[in-house]
Design a protein around this ligand. Sequence first.
Ligand code: AMP
Ligand code: ZN
Length: 433
Amino acid sequence: MYLHPHLETMSRRDLEALQLERLQRTLALAAEAPFYRERLASAGIEPARIRSLADLRHIPLTSKDDLRRSYPKGMLAVAEEDVVRMHASSGTTGKPTVIFHTAHDLDAWTDLVARSLYAAGMRRRDVFQNMMTYGLFTGGLGLHYGAERVGMLVIPASSGNSKRQVQLIQDFGTTAVHITPSYALHLAQEVPQFGVADPRDLGLKFAVMGAEPYSIGTARKIEAAFGAKVFNCYGLSEMNGPAVAFECAERNGMHLWEDNYILEILDPETLEPLPPGAKGELVLTTINRTGMPILRYRTKDLTRILPEPCPCGRVHQRIERIMGRTDDMLIIGGVNVFPSQVEHVLMELPEVGSTYQIVLTKENCLDRMTVKVELRDPAFTGNLAQLHALQKRIEHELKSALLLTCRVKLVEPGDIPPSQGKAVRVVDERGGN
Ligand code: AMP
Ligand code: ZN
């Protein structure tokens, strides 16, 4: 049941002792990097004087901007020849964020991925098809080596080309996939074109899903479509990539691997710690990385700790499904809206298909939100009155969830360009706000 029984089930006390030891080592190492040498010195912090986990809060926070400012090598803590790989974030904002790994770092990350997949139930006999993009993005190579470490046959299919994906699944008996939720929904729709009437006939058992936020409704939809269990996988390139936190077989929150990261939940406004169970910004410190340690990184991801122990027996605390980012929050006519809220409403509706898009415009200087909603084929009855009633019903549901009036535009499957990677959920045509 556990790939690393000792590391996964040690007592809280032993875990915290291990965290402190690793934190102290990490601080000494971080001080070798030009960025942190200066940052720690100007904050008056001597690494040797951090003597407890509670002292961590004296260390300044690190932001994505800090990474951008120290681009490309300002946070490197080891000699360049000790670095064996680099990755970069998907670069949705400005310059990419580059992360360097030593052989030790890749080995530790691979262990975390392997531990996660094993916790979900994957074993040597499984066949793992990785449908995430291979390249600088961490979803490809990151999961790849961990799946190999479990002993599975790994098919590095990369993303897109649904016909080939289906063929590989059929020819090699794939039982597990790693996929983005948007591509999973798209693939489910495409499968019948390739001679498989029902995606459940593909025989998938596990779908590891992450890289973008998705609701429990989306997860259920994908499970129903493929007849496979979905496992939520969280990560960000700054903290390696996927498998920072992962759902065990209980599938109720993701264990954040605390032997490799120290986790804090802060109020994103005041940056003060929040009590266990309160929702706030996840802040992470690497404690088992040598090439580029990162201290108290502001992920901008909103979540909360699930304070109850998990029945699986792992000591590592669980975080809840990511509830949005502090920076993808839309402010529409003064009302805060998370795209995940819109998705949540839509995915509860059986008529709604696999994708949607939020379009923000200005009308007479006022913000206007239109939600393009893709309907499932059977919902197109040809009866205009019925379609109109459905449109009004969705508008009403959205209004009661978001406390905001928006317009719904029903579109046919395919009208919203399909996504083979991260979906474009928001089109903001309002101009600088
Ligand atoms: P990147 O560093 O480009 O891989 O992007 C990392 C970001 O993707 C995270 O900070 C999250 O906002 C998002 N992300 C990754 N995995 C998940 C997940 N399972 N659920 C929600 N958001 C996720
Ligand atoms: Zn568990």
